[in-house]
Design a binder for this molecule. Structure first.
Ligand code: MG
Length: 336
């Protein structure tokens, strides 16, 4: 098998602000693996927060080239070699992993959900994210997003309660809240208790990733479910999160791809945790890869492709929030 990677810049439709910063573009990489007459595609959406950049992704792919072997179905072997050669670098691994699944599906002539034994009718509804802005601007954005039945509201500001009030005033959507580690445990307990009257479905990552005691303290003192994101990176994080949170947010770009995400889903279930699948700012290529897993999860936040205006790919579609999986072989993604 032969592998190549190229950088790609995705422009956001509007600046995207969360508790720890603002983003205008996403510098991602597209990975292409060829095997006989088949070509598989994958995408890496590296995040500085998790120690990656487009440069590290390209370097990892160059380092790994020559070690793919000649059978894309040996996914476990390939992941073991990937780990030995490129260490962490989960977004780079994810791109390789999804390109291999794309090839497997194309060789078999079946879509990825079928390869995984999943029913596409059970694909999840995705939330649509409202980035941080003034409360009135966020309410305006919520109104513009009224085709989506679930909104994810980014908070972690001094006006968080005003934000929730302003959005609830104009929207009857299901609301999820994501603080992106922006609060102390004390602030979180106060805020979440105040949010509860606004019919919020759950709160994501109230405190910094390492603060599992804080997560537990919050969970024991608020009426809403708590979902980890920054604290739940790989499968190894799950056992210690049980009892501290109600569920985990899994992302292909944090865990290293579809193969690893499947492990996380099953380990999370064994620990009685709810499961969410989320994303970075990504094109429809890797968003579609993640969407194929959603028949297995409780919540999906797969809107990274909806936040950019120059999506070079088409794959999964969203109809009134419902993820509609493509039935073409492999990931089912094509160039626009
Ligand atoms: Mg999050």
């Amino acid at each position: 098998m032969h592998i190549d990677a190229q950088p790609i810049d995705l422009k956001l439709a509007t600046p995207f602000r969360i508790a720890r910063g603002v983003q205008y573009t996403a510098s991602n990489a597209i990975v292409q693996i060829t095997h006989n007459e088949y070509t598989g595609y994958g995408e890496a959406a590296p995040s500085k927060y998790y120690g990656e950049s487009v440069e590290t992704v390209l370097a990892c792919i160059a380092m790994f080239a020559g070690n793919l072997g000649d059978d894309p179905f040996f996914i476990d072997d390939i992941h073991q070699r990937l780990h030995k050669i490129i260490g962490l670098n989960p977004a780079a691994k994810a791109a390789v992993d999804m390109a291999l699944y794309d090839i497997m599906g194309k060789m078999l002539g079946i879509p990825l959900y079928k390869l995984l034994g999943l029913n596409p009718e059970r694909a999840a509804y995705t939330s649509f994210t409202i980035g941080i802005d003034t409360p009135s601007e966020m309410a305006k954005k919520a109104l513009l997003a009224r085709e989506y039945p679930i909104l994810k509201i980014k908070v972690g500001t001094r006006q968080d309660l005003d934000i929730i009030k302003a959005i609830r005033d104009v929207s009857s959507a299901t609301l999820r809240v994501d603080a992106n580690a922006g609060w102390t445990p004390k602030e979180a307990i106060k805020n979440i208790n105040a949010f509860a009257q606004y019919n919020i479905e759950f709160v994501e990552q109230p405190v910094p990733a390492h603060d599992l005691e804080g997560l537990k303290l919050i969970r024991d003192n608020v009426p809403l479910p708590i979902i980890s994101d920054e604290s739940s990176i790989t499968v190894d994080d799950i056992p210690r999160l049980a009892g501290c949170v109600d569920g985990i947010n899994i992302k292909l770009m944090k865990c290293g791809g579809i193969y690893k995400a499947l492990k996380m889903i099953h380990v999370a279930r064994a620990h009685n945790l709810r499961v969410m699948i989320g994303c970075m700012i990504e094109s429809s290529l890797s968003i579609t890869a993640a969407a194929h897993l959603t028949p297995l999860v409780d919540y999906a936040d797969l809107d990274g492709n909806l936040l950019i205006y120059d999506d070079p790919y088409e794959g999964v579609r969203v109809e009134q929030g419902k993820l509609m999986l493509p039935n073409r072989p492999g990931l089912g993604v094509k160039k626009r």
